[in-house]
Structure formats: C-alpha cells, structure tokens
Design a protein around this ligand. Structure first.
Ligand SMILES: NC(=O)c1ccc[n+]([C@@H]2O[C@H](COP(=O)([O-])OP(=O)(O)OC[C@H]3O[C@@H](n4cnc5c(N)ncnc54)[C@H](O)[C@@H]3O)[C@@H](O)[C@H]2O)c1
Length: 341
C-alpha cells in the first residue's frame, strides 16, 4: 500500500499525464473548483470523464458510461485511471479500473477529508445496486494514493464533520493520545489549520494502512475499523442515505456504541463521558421512536459481519482499545440510543 502526502499535487500528476493512455475521472463540483489546474494538467487533451456528484450516481449505469469512454479513448491494458475526488469518485473510478480489461492501474487523489483518511486507503472499490450500498465491488489496490491536504480548503463544514468521524474513530480504536489531540484541536480543524490537518491526515492514514496491511482482504483484523459502523450503517440505511453523510452516521453510531460499552461495564463513566462530550455537538441528533428502533435493529441483523444471526459490535474496552462482541441484547441496544442524561 503506497501513499504519499504531497504539497504540489498538480506537479506530481504531470508524471502521469505525459502520454495519452490515461483517463482522469473526477466530478463536476471538483472540476468547477479546480478547472484551471485540471485544464492546464490535461494540456488540451480530452482525457477526462466528469461524473455527476452524489451517491445516487454511484451505480452501474454510470460505470457503463465510463467503460464506453475508456473504449472510445482506446485506453489500453497498460493504461491508467486517475481518480480525483471524494469517496464516491474513488469508489467508482477504482471499480472501473478493477474491471476494465480485467483490471488496469489507477491512482487515487482524494479531495475530501473522508477520502483522504479512509476511502482512498485499503483497496475497496464498488458501487450501489438495488438499494444496497457497495453491494457490487472488488478489492483493487491503487498504484499509489497521493494526498494533498490543500484540497480541504474548499470543503464544506458538513464534509469536514463527516471525515472527522473516521479520524476520531482511529483514535478510539487504536491511539488514545491521538483521540486527545483531536479533542483539543477540534476548533482548529474546522478552521482548516494546515498544520493540524496535516497531522491528523497523516496519523489517520498511518493507522488505517497499518491495520489494512495485516488483513488486506478484510477477513479479521480490519473489522475493528467498523467501530460506530454497525449502528451508523443501520441509520444511514434507515434514512435511505439521505439524512446523514456517512461519517456523520458513524459519529452517532460511535456515541451509541460507546454507551453500549459503558452499560456493559466495558468502559468506565469518565471515558464514556469523554467520548460523548467530543462527539455530541458535531452532528444533529435524531430521536427515534420505539417502532423506528425496531426497524433499525432489523436492518442491522442483515449485516454481513454478523454470526449465527447475532449482530456484531466493535466496542471500546479501554482507551485506544476495542474488541468484537456478538452478545449485545436488543433491549440494551435500544436503551443505548438515549445517550444524553
Ligand atoms: N472504499 C472505501 O473503503 C470507502 C470507505 C468509506 C466510504 N466510502 C464511500 O465514500 C463515499 C463518501 O465519500 P465522501 O464523503 O468523500 O463523499 P463524496 O465523494 O460524495 O463527496 C462529498 C461532496 O464533496 C465534494 N467534494 C469533494 N472534494 C471536495 C473539495 N476538495 N472541495 C469541495 N467539495 C469537494 C463532492 O463533489 C461531493 O459533493 C461513499 O460513497 C462511501 O460509500 C468508501
């Protein structure tokens, strides 16, 4: 897994755009924000495909159009896809690269915080289908991931929160001092301090890459990356992926799952309170009715991480430490949704 943190992304990309055997895939938002740089990189060539932004376009029909473009441009087996964008572009471009001509190389250039700290690292690519998220996909590791944190300057506040969810997760599952660092610097992160963002992106990538390296194809150790995701995914799906961004749902998921850990006696009240105080103000909460909670629990029962019909939870058991549990009672799950005293 190769990644580099760079501060001259457009200069770095010139290396890949000299010939004609490549396609740059990005979305319309990023193109309009970085038009000058992109046009100058392409130098008059039309080796670019623009995706319509938004999760609803992460589908087979858009992938079909990318294949058509790759064929039309005569991109060969030793060609390259450059994926410039957030997680949605990265998942699509990566999936096109994984499948076109049985797999060609691609390079990830993540532009959102979530993509820089999470989705561009780890080789998972895919698309949504039939109402199921990421149901079709492939493991396909990029040639390299090039991260330039200056992209984050143009990112919205909600997209910062969404990426921050995954950043905080790394601290809770692996490195308590990093969790503390993020707590102390939250305001500066939203203020887009380059110094703080550089550190949090670098440390997050280091943590994710070290976990992925030990379990490339998600057979065991990678599961710890799912802290906050059992409930987070349940909520995203309940709201049809419309109310919360992915990382926002993970933030709420971590709040509730930390409460489960506290109620099960796995962590003490002080640590639970620390997690809760860090997370509560980042996302608009939602009060679920009992009936709605039953629906979410049903959704969670379909998760592929479950065993013998029991829902899998990654729960904190100490500072910077988590374990997997299959024995959380439904009544406890429901109680944990009330996380504010
Ligand atoms: N492959 C993986 O391991 C993995 C992991 C987590 C999430 N994901 C996927 O990632 C996607 C979510 O990623 P995301 O949060 O980056 O969403 P996204 O790619 O939809 O980007 C969010 C929005 O931010 C815009 N944007 C991106 N970079 C920008 C920038 N620098 N300045 C201004 N606007 C910018 C995009 O145009 C879009 O409107 C989901 O599809 C999810 O399934 C994949």
């Amino acid at each position: 897994m190769k990644y580099r943190i760079v501060d001259d992304i457009w200069g770095q990309l010139k290396f890949y755009t000299e010939g004609d055997n490549y396609l740059l895939i990005t979305d319309e938002n990023i193109y309009s924000l970085y038009k000058e740089n992109i046009d100058s990189l392409l130098n008059g060539k039309d080796n670019i495909y623009l995706i319509k932004p938004g999760e609803k376009n992460k589908n087979l029909s858009e992938i079909g159009k990318i294949y058509d473009y790759l064929i039309g441009k005569n991109i060969e087996r030793d060609g390259l896809i450059l994926s410039l964008g957030g997680g949605m572009v990265g998942d699509m471009a990566g999936f096109a690269a994984a499948t076109y001509k049985r797999g060609i190389n691609y390079v990830q250039i993540p532009t959102s915080l979530l993509a820089q700290v999470d989705s561009s690292i780890g080789g998972k690519t895919g698309i949504d289908h039939g109402g199921y998220k990421n149901i079709i996909g492939a493991f396909h590791f990029p040639l390299e991931t090039l991260i330039d944190i200056r992209f984050l300057k143009t990112l919205s506040e909600r997209d910062i929160s969404s990426g921050l969810g995954e950043v905080i997760k790394y601290g809770i599952i692996e490195d308590y001092s990093f969790f503390k660092y993020v707590q102390e610097n939250i305001k500066k992160i939203y203020g887009k301090s380059e110094e703080i963002l550089s550190f949090i992106v670098e440390r997050s990538v280091e943590i994710k890459a070290s976990i992925v390296k030990k379990d490339k194809f998600d057979l065991n150790l990678r599961q710890k990356l799912n802290f906050g995701h059992t409930i987070g995914h349940g909520m995203e799906s309940f709201f049809n992926y419309e109310r919360y961004y992915h990382g926002e749902a993970v933030i709420l998921g971590m709040l509730i799952e930390a409460n489960i850990a506290y109620k099960k006696g796995l962590i003490d009240y002080n640590y639970y309170e620390e997690i809760r105080n860090t997370l509560t103000n980042l996302v608009e909460p939602y009060e679920f009715s009992d009936e709605e909670l039953n629906t979410i629990i049903q959704i969670m029962k379909n998760d592929k991480k479950n065993r013998d019909g029991k829902i899998a939870f990654i729960l904190p058991v100490g500072k910077g430490e988590v374990e997997i549990f299959f024995d959380v009672e439904e009544t406890l799950i429901k109680e944990a949704f009330i996380y504010l005293d």
